[in-house]
Design a protein around this ligand. Structure first.
Ligand code: UTP
Length: 226
């Protein structure tokens, strides 16, 4: 089956340089699985630094996003390097190209696509485009909580959520102060809901959870399904 992974930039590049151990670890998980994978990599702090620099230099939001997209593609390339011959060697620019890239290779890795969205939405769109019914979101957050666990020690972790509940949480967090953002953006929530894509939220620090989520097995994160 086809599975889409959305890998946050902070998982690939947590502190200004690529995390070789994470890249080797995720590559091993993918090599040991029999599935086909469509992957979208985020840009993390590198994307944010370049977008902010562009803004300080006078660029508008379209161009700030455009430079951030390049950072997401840099992470796609470094992941391809870790995957070796199971991955298509190029980073497709569009979902149509990604769809065509399967065949000789069972893993296709892409970055962002157009300004104005995020790689959360790219991953949901890629899942729709390639007919994947499962999406695994890998980030430095281990699950979805009812409030920010870093601020609230009593935050409740959700094992399972329905699509409407996820959208409710995303709406609630939209109203929070600037700078805080929900683990999955609203457009992405709406896309997985309309196509009923089973979506798992797991931590990049727990590759056993990642492997279980890929196979649709139980893990310590959150699963969103009907
Ligand atoms: P993301 O915000 O999706 O990366 O893309 P990330 O590393 O997963 O982000 P965190 O970890 O949630 O913070 C980085 C930036 O690239 C631009 C946006 O500016 C986005 O904030 N981008 C990405 C686009 O403009 N279009 C895309 O399709 C993807």
């Amino acid at each position: 089956m086809r599975v889409v992974l959305s890998i946050g930039g902070s998982s690939i590049n947590p502190d200004g340089k690529p995390d070789i151990n994470f890249l080797k670890g995720i590559a091993k998980v993918l090599r040991e699985s029999k599935n086909e994978f469509g992957i979208v990599t985020g840009g993390g702090s590198v994307a944010r630094a370049y977008a902010n620099a562009a803004r300080e230099l006078g660029a508008g939001e379209y161009d700030a996003d455009s430079v951030a997209i390049i950072a997401t593609k840099q992470n796609a390339h470094i992941l391809i390097a870790a995957l070796g011959d199971i991955a298509h060697p190029n980073v497709p620019m569009t979902f149509e190209r990604a769809r065509l890239a399967f065949g000789k290779h069972r893993v296709v890795v892409m970055g962002g696509t157009i300004p104005g969205i995020t790689t959360d939405s790219d991953s949901a769109l890629l899942a729709e485009a390639i007919g994947a019914t499962r999406l695994v979101n890998i980030s430095n957050v281990d699950a979805i909580y009812d409030s920010d666990p870093r601020k609230n020690p009593n935050a409740k972790k959700f094992e399972k959520l329905a699509y409407d509940q996820l959208i409710g949480l995303a709406v609630k967090s939209d109203k929070r102060t600037a700078g805080t953002h929900f683990v999955f953006d609203m457009l992405a929530c709406k896309l997985i809901s309309r196509s009923k894509i089973e979506t798992h939220f797991v931590s990049c620090k727990n590759l056993k959870d990642v492997a279980n989520a890929i196979e649709g097995k139980k893990h310590g994160g959150t699963v969103v399904k009907a």
